[in-house]
Ligand binder design. Structure first.
Ligand code: SDX
Length: 437
């Protein structure tokens, strides 16, 4: 059942001799929006809003963010509670179905994940033709859209029936994890390790990544726990760039797999999910230059320098990202569990401390975001930097599925086609090239 915001009043827009009265809507947590759906028809005006900083693209009941107070809730549950008490598979079910599963629902969902963990053997051949240095995000996106060629029913599937919803969801959740592990094995020239039916979601991923025919891999409970926490914290984040991409592509009635493949490409960007790889490379650069964090801070402030302080700032959070707080603590737990000291953690802690005392960053309310500490955990587990955004994609997948499904069920569903303000030449007429010399 689709939930819409309540109309609580009106706003007046005066333009020329016209006054337009527009409805004001209010969401569950008091967020208010002017409904401008009649604006162009009534006035000929459109609105211009670079980056959609002031624009709500939809009504959604999946995730709530309060950027001023650092609040993040999935279907009403605080993400801190889910990270501490739940597991990624249960949170994936919550996001997609809108409720926590009972024991039977959870066991069935988990059994479907196990059943759908393998790739079609012909798909494994695709990996052979990628160059060894191929970025795994390119492989991930190509493989996900290719899944619909091996499972053509997916291109037609509706997601309304429970049965189909769970099959489609678990097939994608499970196979994305396998594709990610296989792309890592490909990059290090080791044979693929196939999923095992006796391992849970995160343990299976760790085993596919790090075990080999000649080297058993011990799955440490603290590492498996940290993997669950990281995937839960990345699971959804309302209308971010990649989720908006999944919704936009899906608005043309494109199937879920092709829509998610587009979302993977958007997530790859260094301003978005690609930032976690950039953070690690930034911290490594500081280490190599003798640990001078002040230098990168000066570069970040220099308007002539395109460099940004990766892992800081956020379009919505104007305080500490609640996910970064949990990840920072998890970082310390994992380093203790794997018994390694990582000099990058000390550098990250010093950089955070200095930034949070620096007027440039404080005035702009730039705080650590989800990408700042996550890479240090992945690195401690043994995951290479070019796989960090792949980890983000594995975590974000249930959110993309839930948001895509909600957009398809929205009674106001329309193909997304924004307008523009044209600033090009007025009408002109063709002249033959002989007259153009
Ligand atoms: C994610 O949207 C989501 O929810 C995303 C995400 C999710 O879960 O899906 O949370 C995941 O993408 C997290 C963000 C990861 N990106 C980075 O860490 C890259 C570094 N951060 C910035 O590029 C930036 O903060 C953004 C892209 C995250 C947000 O950019 P905005 O909202 O468009 O802000 P802006 O560029 O308008 O910046 C406002 C001011 C500018 O300075 P002035 O023009 O006012 O002088 O702040 C400055 C910016 O130059 N600024 C930074 C900065 N971020 C903003 N200056 C230096 N370093 C930075 N990181």
């Amino acid at each position: 059942m689709f939930t819409t915001a309540a109309k609580i009043g009106t706003a007046e827009l005066r333009y020329g001799d016209k006054t337009l009265t527009l409805p004001v809507l209010e969401g569950t947590e008091g967020e208010r929006a002017i409904d401008i759906r009649t604006l162009r028809d009534e006035t000929g005006l459109t609105t211009l809003d670079y980056g959609f900083k002031n624009t709500a693209s939809c009504q959604s009941s999946i995730t709530y963010l309060d950027g001023e107070h650092g609040i993040l809730r999935y279907r009403g549950y605080p993400v801190e509670e889910l990270a501490a008490k739940s597991r990624f598979v249960e949170v994936a079910y919550l996001l997609v179905h809108g409720k926590l599963p009972d024991r039977g629902e959870r066991d069935r969902f988990s059994a479907l994940l196990t059943r759908h963990s393998m790739l079609h053997e012909d798909m494994t051949q695709f990996f052979k033709n990628y160059p060894e240095h191929a970025h795994p995000m390119a492989i991930l996106s190509a493989m996900v859209v290719s899944l619909s060629t091996f499972y053509p029913e997916l291109a037609r599937e509706r997601l309304h029936e429970e049965e189909e919803l769970d099959v489609t969801t678990t097939r994608l959740l499970s196979k994305l994890r396998t594709i990610a592990a296989f792309s890592y094995k490909k990059s290090i020239g080791e044979p693929f390790v196939y999923p095992r039916h006796d391992l849970k979601y995160c343990a299976n991923f760790l085993n596919m990544m790090f075990s080999s025919p000649v080297r058993p891999y011990e799955i440490k409970p603290e590492v498996e726990r940290a993997m669950n926490v990281l995937l839960i914290l990345h699971a959804d984040h309302e209308q971010n760039c990649s989720t908006s991409t999944v919704r936009l592509v899906g608005s043309a009635k494109v199937n879920l797999y092709a829509s998610v493949a587009a979302g993977i490409c958007a997530l790859w960007g260094p301003l978005h999910g690609g930032a976690n790889q950039e953070v690690l490379e930034m911290l490594e650069g500081i280490l190599k230059s003798g640990g001078d964090v002040k230098r990168v801070m000066e570069r970040a402030k220099d308007k002539k320098d395109p460099f940004r302080l990766y892992g800081f700032g956020h379009r919505v959070y104007k305080t500490y990202d609640p996910r970064a707080r949990v990840i920072k603590q998890t970082c310390k737990d994992v380093l203790a569990a794997v018994k390694t000291q990582d000099p990058l953690l000390a550098i990250a802690l010093e950089l955070e401390e200095r930034v949070l005392q620096d007027d440039y960053f404080l005035e702009r309310r730039l705080y650590p975001n989800v990408d700042f500490y996550s890479g240090i955990i992945y690195r401690a587990i043994g995951i290479p930097a070019n796989m960090f955004t792949v980890m983000f994609a594995i975590g974000r997948l249930p959110g993309w599925i839930a948001q895509w499904k909600e957009s398809q069920e929205d009674p106001e569903f329309k193909i997304q086609r924004p307008r523009q303000v044209y600033t090009g030449p007025r009408e002109q007429h063709y002249v033959p090239i002989s007259m153009r010399d």
